[in-house]
Each structure stands twice: as structure tokens, then as C-alpha cells.
Design a binder for this molecule. Structure first.
Ligand code: GLP
Length: 264
């Protein structure tokens, strides 16, 4: 696991956007196959998306041959609800880049048969060629996508019940009322994320410090589903000084030293 530490969220977001764009451009040079990208929602990736939008507009990267799959979506929330992950993604990314509409995949939380929807999503990912890179965030309790504590680390796309903690944290988007946050969601599994050739996780701010400590230094455990990244050959966490604040001083120094050595 690599940990990229930047002074603040803005710098971490820029690092991530430039990294993703470079990966898209690298593949485009050697292959006609689409770049298959996993995407996330939340406040965390907004600045990364803003920089990707700037880069598309400046001609520095193109999403014309990118196929994307989003991580998750609430169950039962109308697609055009301002807080649906469909609305979020169009608002903060898709409406401002050149990714063809048919390349965009987001789970349908209103599907009549949610289990069939999840199975079809896994099939579509395989049909697209599997993920080149999965961009994710992390919940305060260490959850990745909507894989709440005690989700199996070998889980795949499925229907899940959200914890009270997550509904309380996300209540800020629903007028402050946890009961207004849908109780269930469709989410890719931990194993779906980890099936990607590469995984990049963004985590900024002191509220994510416990999650990062558990994921980086704790045992690999379903208690903190981001810890599954320990078993991935190419996992990177992009964080800031606040979110890395709970790890041991020696862990911090090690990650800084690795990055300095690689940039030498
Ligand atoms: C939700 C999403 C996660 C996201 C998390 C953190 O639970 N399902 O994918 O990582 O929120 O959100 P934020 O970036 O707003 O802290």
C-alpha cells in the first residue's frame, strides 16, 4: 500500500486528478480499449472532479474512451432527487466532461428486482474488461462504497442496509434528518473494488483519521472494510496532514520517505 500525504485536501485532490488523467492518457497511447474507471460520490472527490473537468476543457485528457461504473446508489430515492448519486455525478462531473452517455453506469436503486440489477452490474463490469482504476472515498467508520462494518471482504455488488451512523453522517444532505436518509443502498462489494488493477482512495480531514489508522495499521478486518486494501497489489491512499494524523510517527515517516525516494 502506498500513502500519498499532502499538506491539505486541495493538494491531495490535484494529485489524484493528475494521476487519473495520466493513467487514462497512458492507456490511450497503447490500446484502443476503453479505460474502465470506478467512481465515487461524497464531498471528498469534488475537487478532484473539478480538476478533471478543467483538464478535459483544456484538452489535457479526454473521457471519450472512458467507461465508468459508480460505486453505489440509495434504494428508493428518485433518480432526479438532488441527493441521488445519479444527480451528484451529473452535477459534479458528467455534465461537464466528454464521456459518452452510454459509457456511464450507475446502479439503479429503483430497479424492480434489485438483486438482478446487482448481478447485471457485475456482468457489465466484466464485459467492459474489468476496472483499470477504482477511485473511492471512505466513511468515518472506514467503510468503502457502502460496505459498512461487518461487510464481507469478499462481498460483491448487492443490496445493503445502512448503519445508523452513516445515516446520521449523511443527514446533512437531507435537511439534517437521519430518518430522511434512505435506509438501504445498492453497492459494489469490497471484492468488486479490489478486483480493479489499481485502487486510489481519497481521505481528507480529521474526521477520517480513525478510519485511516484502522485501514493502514490495523489488522485486515471486516470491521473496517477499507482495510481490505492491504491485500491489494496496487492500492494507494491519498490523504492530508489531518487525516493521516492518527498513525504512528514511524508509519508517517515511512510513507513520506518512500515518496521522496521515488521522486528523487
Ligand atoms: C458515503 C459513500 C462513500 C463515501 C462516504 C464518505 O457513505 N457511499 O462512497 O466515501 O460517503 O463521504 P464524504 O466524502 O462526504 O466524507
Amino acid at each position: 500500500m502506498k500513502v500519498i500525504i499532502r499538506d491539505n485536501a486541495k493538494q491531495g485532490s490535484l494529485w489524484a486528478a493528475h494521476y487519473i488523467a495520466a493513467k487514462i492518457n497512458e492507456k490511450a497511447k497503447v490500446s484502443d480499449k476503453p479505460f474502465v474507471l470506478g467512481l465515487c460520490t461524497g464531498s471528498t472527490p469534488i475537487d478532484t472532479y473539478a480538476e478533471l473537468i478543467r483538464m478535459v476543457k483544456a484538452g489535457e485528457v479526454s473521457f471519450k474512451n472512458v467507461v465508468s461504473f459508480n460505486m453505489d446508489e440509495y434504494v428508493g430515492l428518485p433518480v432526479d432527487h438532488p441527493e441521488s448519486y445519479h444527480s451528484f455525478m451529473h452535477r459534479y462531473l458528467f455534465d461537464q466532461i466528454d464521456e459518452p452517455a452510454e459509457n456511464i453506469h450507475i446502479l439503479d436503486g429503483n430497479a424492480p428486482d434489485t438483486e438482478a440489477e446487482c448481478a447485471a452490474y457485475e456482468e457489465a463490469i466484466v464485459k467492459a474488461g474489468g476496472f483499470d482504476l477504482f477511485l473511492g472515498g471512505v466513511g468515518e467508520d472506514g467503510h468503502i462504497a457502502f460496505n459498512e462494518p461487518f461487510s464481507s471482504l469478499s462481498s460483491r455488488t448487492r443490496v445493503v442496509t445502512l448503519t445508523q451512523d452513516t445515516r446520521e453522517v449523511n443527514a446533512r444532505f437531507f435537511g439534517g434528518d437521519p430518518e430522511a436518509v434512505p435506509a438501504q443502498a445498492l453497492t459494489v462489494g469490497v471484492a468488486t473494488v479490489l478486483s480493479s488493477k489499481e485502487v486510489v482512495i481519497l481521505a481528507f480531514g480529521s474526521k477520517k483519521a480513525r478510519a485511516l489508522k484502522d485501514a493502514i495499521e490495523g489488522p485486515m478486518s471486516h470491521y473496517c472494510t477499507l482495510s481490505g486494501l492491504q491485500n491489494h497489489p496496487a492500492g494507494t491512499i491519498v490523504c492530508d496532514e489531518a487525516s493521516i494524523g492518527e498513525v504512528k510517527v514511524n508509519s508517517y515517516r515511512y510513507f513520506k520517505a518512500v515518496e521522496a525516494a521515488e521522486n528523487r
